[in-house]
Write a protein that binds this ligand. Sequence first.
Ligand SMILES: Cc1ncc(COP(=O)(O)O)c(C=O)c1O
Length: 497
Amino acid sequence: MRRISSIFHETHGKVAMEPEEPSLDPKDWSELRALGHRMVDELFDHMAAVRSGPVWQPLPEAIREQLRAEPLPRQGRAPEQVYQEARDLLFRYGLGSIHPGFMGWVHGGGNAIGALAELLAAGVNANLGGRDHVAIEMERQVIRWTAELLGFPSESAGLLVTGSSQANLMGVLVARSAALGPEVRAQGISDAKLAAYASAAAHACIPRAFEIAGLGRKTLREIPVNSDYQIDLGQLREAIARDKAEGYRPFLLVATAGTVDTGAVDPLARLAEIARAEGMWLHVDGAFGALLACAPSLREKIAGIEQAQSVALDFHKWGQVPYDAGCFLARSAAPLLATFGQNPHYLQPTARGLAAGAPWPFELGPDLSRGFRALKVWMTLKAYGTERLGACIAHCCALARYAAERISAEPELELLAPVSLNIVCFRYRNGSALDSLNADLVADVQESGLAVPSLTRIQGKLAIRAAIVNHRTRREDIDALLGAVLTMGRLRAANSA
Ligand SMILES: Cc1ncc(COP(=O)(O)O)c(C=O)c1O
């Protein structure tokens, strides 16, 4: 039977739509269009020239005060003025993560295609919680590509989420439902004696996921690491045996592919064996390390990831997609539906019309309304391809090795951890009270605008930490960082003498 809607259009023609007052659309689009073109031009000029400016500069107190004092705008102002104000703030006082000298925490550099994708995604204003529209198919395609990249089965399912903190929380929740059955959603965990395991070097979001999930942080056993900062397998086996003897049920093993402090990768294939033998869910926190799969020369480091039940990863780190673009991947939709599935009346899927296309993404995760973050991942992957992204990843690791060599050759510097991927932990050692000296030095270097490293602690010692994630970073940026640390370290040493 022909669709009633087609017969209607043939007999009635197109429905005329009059713009209604009050609408936010301009009466004349030409001015706004010109502003849009100017914004793209100025943004790309800024990105192209970013290397020549400071990485970061502190926000002047007067501007902070001005932002705090400004009341709610009740009347609108000219879009051009509003844009200029935003541009002047952001181009001067932004985070600096697009700058090649940004090596703090674990920040990707973003990319120009991803920025255009954000504009397009915002323009079409898609909500990817559900319904039957192409944006959801594009997100499913990104999930299929991720599965293919990691060697997961073709029926894998998942979602793009804010980041790995959220994706790791989903891993814990899904493993909890798998262990206790879907009735845990109604009953809570009651007195189930569950035990989970991760290395002591796992990211802080892992214990926090246990807190949020109501399992309690103590359910997670933090297993010490070996000299390469990987989970110690002997101590893991002992902890499991001890727990079983005490009546606990081991249900989840969280492996890390790329620890945040040193970039260590847990032995994933060995952990998969242990998880299988103990009937545990294996979740891999691959926040940045999972995308090593893009780099043929490094892929071997994450061998075994394909055996995990679920993986968390971030396209906004080594995938260079603009924030935010995390991803949760599982081997099928079933455990996700068992954990998050819901059927409220007003969201009932139908066989046809816009409410078709079940299951909708909101049944696979914690959010109902969801933005179109898939588009910037989709366009980034299509525009550059995984090989080019992989080349950037391999380059970051080569730069980290170069930094480690330079540090080792420099008597005033001390390398504090082996460099397994892209993270270099070191300190300036010419002086006393080295922890506070190095903390001050990091702030000095950040404020100089020459480079942005951050801090961590390695075996009790405060470390300057450089995480090389940005596709724009070159040797000269590593030299600038080390040069700044040495020069300012000497100045501090001379002034305190
Ligand atoms: C290993 C690891 N796991 C999890 C996270 C948290 O990721 P996100 O900041 O995307 O929530 C990070 C962040 O750096 C990380 O390095």
